[in-house]
Design a protein around this ligand. Structure first.
Ligand SMILES: N[C@@H](CCC(=O)N[C@@H](CS)C(=O)NCC(=O)O)C(=O)O
Length: 255
């Protein structure tokens, strides 16, 4: 049976999983949902609460890192995403964990703080990709949905500022690592560390190849635009955008 990927369409953790599936050429069907509408399908598929969930070969993988590890172990050439030596694999997995913890929640909160108050932008990000009844309900009950999301992720001005500071820190660390001119974070080739950094940085560096629609620079308020432009121009930001450009490919086609 073909694999099923249950997602929140616009989630960067979901693009992390999608990217790995696309990269390794694994066939799958994506079941994309609007935020909050993901809960029932996730539970029904055997996941916990969050997306992505991959159901493959009778197994349920409820976390993006589990998904990447499983895909790597079952790829034609295992190790493709984990570098070429056990030391590299350890470093890749360590970086992946750090980006999952220190970057993903903060780029998400930064962008949601800007987008949620603007219903048209928030709805546009989902249009054409989630079931029509979810979109209809999301539009009809937008204020309630927005309030639930804001409470759940503590999306407020103070949280936005804290997240911007954390993004600064992670970008500084990654920029330092890239100072010696290396093209990839670990070893000589593309690994899950590069994929994870690029996917989780996407909401604040706005790569054109990101599958879900993000706001354009022009749609951001001046103060946020200045921050995004600074992140885009940093070594880490340019790296994330190059990794999307050169390594993302499109569904079914390897770059
Ligand atoms: N550690 C998880 C985090 C995934 C995550 O935070 N997913 C978000 C979407 S960006 C989600 O599903 N949030 C809704 C929820 O937890 O109910 C992973 O790597 O898969």
């Amino acid at each position: 049976m073909v694999a099923r990927l249950i997602t929140i369409w616009n989630s960067h953790y979901c693009d992390k999983a999608r990217w790995a599936l696309d990269r390794l050429g694994v066939p799958y069907v994506e079941e994309a949902h609007a935020p909050l509408f993901h809960v029932v399908p996730v539970k029904l598929s055997g996941g916990q609460r969050s997306t992505p969930v991959l159901v493959i070969d009778g197994q349920v993988l409820p976390d993006s890192t589990d998904i990447l590890r499983w895909l790597d172990a079952h790829a034609d050439r295992p190790g493709t995403l984990l570098g070429s030596t056990p030391e590299e694999a350890r470093e890749v997995l360590d970086l992946e964990d750090r980006f999952d913890e220190d970057l993903g929640p903060h780029t998400r909160r930064f962008m949601y703080y800007l987008v949620l108050p603007r219903k048209a932008l928030a709805i546009r990000a989902l249009e054409g990709h989630v079931p029509w009844h979810e979109l209809t309900l999301a539009k009809a009950f937008y204020p309630a949905a927005r309030a639930i999301m804001a409470r759940g992720m503590r999306i407020d001005r103070a949280g936005y500022e804290r997240s911007a500071a954390r993004i600064d820190q992670v970008f500084e660390t990654v920029s330092k690592r890239l100072e010696d001119g290396r093209r990839y974070l670990v070893g000589d080739g593309f690994t899950a560390a590069d994929l994870t950094f690029a996917a989780l940085a996407a909401p604040v560096v706005l790569p054109p190849e990101y599958p879900a629609r993000l706001p354009s620079l022009e749609e951001l308020p001046d103060e946020a635009r200045a921050r995004v432009e600074r992140w885009q121009a940093s070594r880490a930001g340019q790296f994330a955008r190059r990794i999307y450009r050169e390594e993302r490919g499109v569904r079914g086609k390897r770059p």
